[in-house]
Write a protein that binds this ligand. Structure first.
Ligand SMILES: *Cc1c(COP(=O)(O)O)cnc(C)c1O
Length: 459
């Protein structure tokens, strides 16, 4: 296959993609398959002889789409959205065509400079003050790991990177029980250890209790530990919990501890000024991550980390071997020094396309609709006898259950085998509940209200 063939097949792929999206509503949202159903259809080894693209294409159409869970389906209400606006897909095609590796400024100045400008556009869009800079990671998990590695190195005065952690003071990181498992992973990978991630009690509103945070830090200092930082949650994965950001940051800063805020999902909603009270006090954070790849239409992967001061993170993560040095250009930003991987994709291009093709007004309207429709379908479910709304909508996420865990789980299985909608579960305060999140780029009110219809049919 050469570039002339690519031209032909790219057009074919564009037509295929158009039909795929046009007909998505007719497909079950979740692939109705058993494990092994796809791998059984592939030969056990690679071909020695080149195969014609016609045959590869036929196999693709026959094997792959039936094995997909359709994340862009307008009735995907599971997990979190990973929505992909058409303008994002177009930008990704262009990034793919150039296939650049943007590890340092010189390896593609446009990759670095469009990224710098997009971070500033997004900073303004979500209402953060001037002064924050940032970078784009693959995922929130990587951004949180970068923040925790920086906390570790700042606490150890950068001695961990060189001397290792054996013999170092025992570090402590604080988070609420509502934070995502990526925080647990970060403390494990950073060598701090799960036992040194202190989960602070939440109050009735599911916020970390700032008084309990202050007490835990003081107690740890008295016991000889070395507190290193606090991770707060703005829109938790399970039920959308928000820590009281301003109060918790004040408690952390009173002890000189840096604060990273995980707003992976909810951050997109902050383009609407009316939701910003949910994270009041955010401007005092040291680091914030949010995923435009969840709810803003810039498809996976695209996680933006904002930093009040990038210097500690660059000092913790940056390495400049001689083959990466750029003589006479010390003023340029080399984004690999801000993150864990060396190589970087051109992720900013899809942000540029999406922000321009829909405008902030268009993106705000979508998010406002999602929040409104989630509230409406929540009320419709509440009115069904036997359905209990367990957590009220936070932005566009709420949970419900039937009388017992067993009945709730059986209902969820029936819903997902049915295929018209896709929902997932969580454990909330020990109870098995079904989550509903509304956030698909192309969903309509009718799509959302079908949740009630399906639940009523299958109860
Ligand atoms: C989705 C999510 C994550 C994980 O995001 P990735 O980008 O997949 O790593 C972390 N925290 C919260 C609150 C999330 O919603």
């Amino acid at each position: 296959m050469n570039h002339d063939d690519l031209r032909h097949w790219s057009k074919h792929a564009a037509d295929w993609a158009h039909g795929y999206h046009r007909d998505l509503r007719l497909q079950p949202v979740r692939a109705p398959l058993v494990p092994g159903a796809i791998s059984r259809q592939l030969p056990p080894g690679p071909p020695d002889q080149a195969e014609p693209m016609e045959r590869i294409w036929e196999d693709f159409e026959r094997i792959v789409p039936p094995g997909m869970t359709h994340w862009q389906h307008p009735r995907f209400f599971a997990y979190f959205p990973a929505n992909a606006a058409p303008a994002s897909m177009l930008a990704e095609q262009l990034a793919n065509a150039m296939a650049a590796q943007g590890m340092i400024w010189q390896t593609s100045p446009a990759v670095t400079e469009v990224e710098q400008v997009m971070v500033q556009w997004l900073r303004q869009a979500i209402g953060l003050p001037e002064g924050f800079v940032g970078t784009i990671h693959d995922s929130a998990t990587t951004a949180t790991l970068s923040a925790v590695l920086t906390m570790r190195e700042v606490a150890l005065d950068y001695a961990g990177n060189t001397g290792g952690l054996s013999g170092a003071p025992r570090l402590r990181i604080y988070a609420s029980a509502q934070t995502h498992s990526s925080v647990d992973k970060a403390v494990r990978v950073a060598g701090i250890g799960q036992d040194n991630l202190v989960k602070i009690r939440a109050d009735d509103s599911l916020s970390m209790d700032p008084v309990a945070l202050a007490a835990a830090i003081a107690g740890d200092i008295a016991a000889g530990f070395m507190p290193a930082g606090v991770v707060l949650c703005a829109g938790g994965t399970s039920v959308g919990a928000f820590d009281r950001i301003g109060d918790c940051i004040a408690a952390a800063h009173a002890h000189g501890l840096p604060v990273h805020v995980d707003a992976a999902w909810a951050g997109s909603a902050m383009i609407c000024p009316e939701f910003r009270s949910l994270w009041a006090g955010i401007e005092a954070a040291d680091s914030i991550v949010f995923n435009p790849h969840k709810w803003l239409g810039a498809q996976f992967d695209c996680a933006v980390q904002f930093l009040r001061d990038p210097a500690p993170q660059i000092r913790a993560l940056g390495l400049r071997p001689s083959y990466l040095q750029t003589a006479g250009r010390e003023e340029v930003v080399n984004f690999n020094e801000w993150t864990v991987p060396l190589g970087r994709r051109f992720r900013a291009l899809k942000l540029w396309f999406v922000l321009r093709a829909y405008g902030l007004d268009g993106l705000r309207e979508r998010i406002r609709n999602h929040v409104t429709w989630a509230g409406e379908v929540c009320e419709a479910l509440r009115a069904l006898p036997g359905v209990h709304i367990v957590t009220q909508p936070r932005l566009s996420l709420f949970t419900f259950a039937l009388a017992s865990d067993a009945e709730t789980e059986a209902l969820l299985n029936r819903i997902n085998d049915d295929g018209r909608i896709y929902l997932t579960q969580t454990l909330h305060l020990g109870r098995y509940v079904i989550r509903v999140q509304v956030g698909q780029f192309d969903c309509t009110r009718e799509d959302v209200m079908m949740i009630e219809e399906v639940v009523k049919d299958l109860m």
